[in-house]
Design a protein around this ligand. Structure first.
Ligand code: HEM
Length: 358
């Protein structure tokens, strides 16, 4: 570890393999062993800054300091996000595109999504009654795929459900895998985008009817800042930015089952049907089991924070996992008192603190 600039710098020509290997714990491990909330490293062949904690999150979402364009690595764009989607936009273009998405999130549309989800779950649960056991993750992906397509206005035959579920699942299951698993994700993205492009074409040529408040119609007919329809590839990427994450909610559904399994008392509380409590419970699931380990951006123009100069264009990663895990903060204080800890010790301390043994 060399500390020539004001922040610790991780050694090594490139540490991408450690990021792939340690995943969620890559940044938290180094935040605690360097006893810092910001450190420098090299990832994907370039200098990168990693940071975490409340203050860092505030800085990261300052659009005067950071841009998203060019931040998400190609392997993430070719699988998870798609290219030229809303996640890669900045400034007015981003605000305009985001408005398109938010126009779909009206109370009526969200109520509709809730009622479709409830019906699809009831339909599936009926089928499960005749089964010995089920794989909840696979079943919930299918349910959320049916829900996403019905809500967004996509016709989906029963015989298509498995194929579309698999393809949409590959998009969020493959970004960090290597070899065949990753290429499956890229292949599925091509398949899904082609399917969606055909739908957009039919809507624009009025050879297929769908309701005007549906995502399919809204995004197919959306006009950019120049008043032009989105080119069909980008419109398809944005529609997949609706379908894919709804299917991805299956992961939170499984974390919910896990949390109820680990905390049986919660099951009783949830049964009371108190909406406020259910809402808090869901927020805790999102905090305790965050989906994304980190998000990426690039420095918009040079600035200094905590005596450290963020050079223009530098790749910067925000630690979502460590920042959400409050006990990480307490553990940081503990490690700075005791000196650096191994990964195993981190886990041990977290468990002991969770159990309030120390
Ligand atoms: C599994 C559940 C979900 C997770 C874990 C998730 C996570 C995220 C994350 C981490 C971001 C990036 C935020 C950033 O750049 O800081 C994001 C952006 C976004 N998500 Fe989700 N999301 C989920 C579900 C959804 C759903 C259901 C929708 C819509 C139906 C959605 C639509 C979007 C859009 C449009 C953006 C881009 C926002 C922007 O660029 O400003 N997400 N999501």
């Amino acid at each position: 570890m060399t500390g020539s600039s004001q922040v610790p710098r991780e050694e090594g020509i490139d540490n991408s393999l450690s990021l792939l290997r340690e995943g969620y714990m890559y940044i938290p491990n180094r935040r605690h062993s360097f006893a810092t909330n910001v450190f420098e490293t090299r990832l994907l062949g370039q200098k990168a800054i990693c940071m975490g904690g409340e203050e860092a999150a505030e800085i990261f979402y300052d659009n005067e300091k950071f841009i998203r364009n060019g931040a998400a690595p190609k392997r993430v764009q070719k699988t998870l996000f798609g290219e030229k989607g809303v996640q890669t936009l900045d400034g007015e273009a981003h605000t305009h595109r985001k408005k398109m998405f938010m126009s779909l999130m009206t109370p009526e549309k969200l109520e509709e999504l809730k009622s479709i989800t409830t019906k699809q779950w009831a339909y599936a649960a009926e089928k499960w009654e005749h089964k010995e056991d089920i794989i909840l993750y696979e079943e919930s992906k299918q349910i959320m795929c049916r829900t996403a397509c019905q809500w967004a206005g996509f016709p989906l035959e029963d015989g298509e459900v498995l194929e579309r579920t698999k393809q949409l699942g590959d998009l969020f299951e493959s970004p960090t895998s290597v070899g065949p698993e990753h290429w499956k994700g890229r292949h599925s993205r091509k398949k899904v985008e082609k399917w969606v492009e055909e739908m957009i074409l039919q809507v624009r040529e009025e050879t297929m009817k769908c309701s005007e408040d549906s995502a399919l119609y809204t995004i197919s007919m959306h006009r950019d800042l120049e008043g032009e329809l989105l080119n069909i590839e980008i419109a398809a990427v944005e529609l997949v930015n609706i379908l894919r994450p709804i299917v991805a909610i299956a992961i939170f559904i499984n974390f919910t089952a896990l949390a109820v399994h680990h905390n049986p008392k919660e099951r009783e509380k949830l049964k009371t049907g108190d909406d406020q409590y259910t809402y808090m419970f869901v927020q805790e699931i999102r905090r305790y089991y965050p989906f994304f380990p980190l998000v990426a951006a690039r420095v918009k123009k040079e600035f200094t924070w905590k005596d450290y100069t963020f050079e223009e264009g530098t790749l910067t990663l925000l630690d979502l996992y460590g920042t959400n895990q409050r006990s990480f903060g307490r553990m940081l204080i503990y490690s700075s008192q005791k000196g650096s800890l191994t990964g195993r010790e981190v886990h041990l301390v977290l468990c002991l603190k969770e159990a309030e043994i120390i």
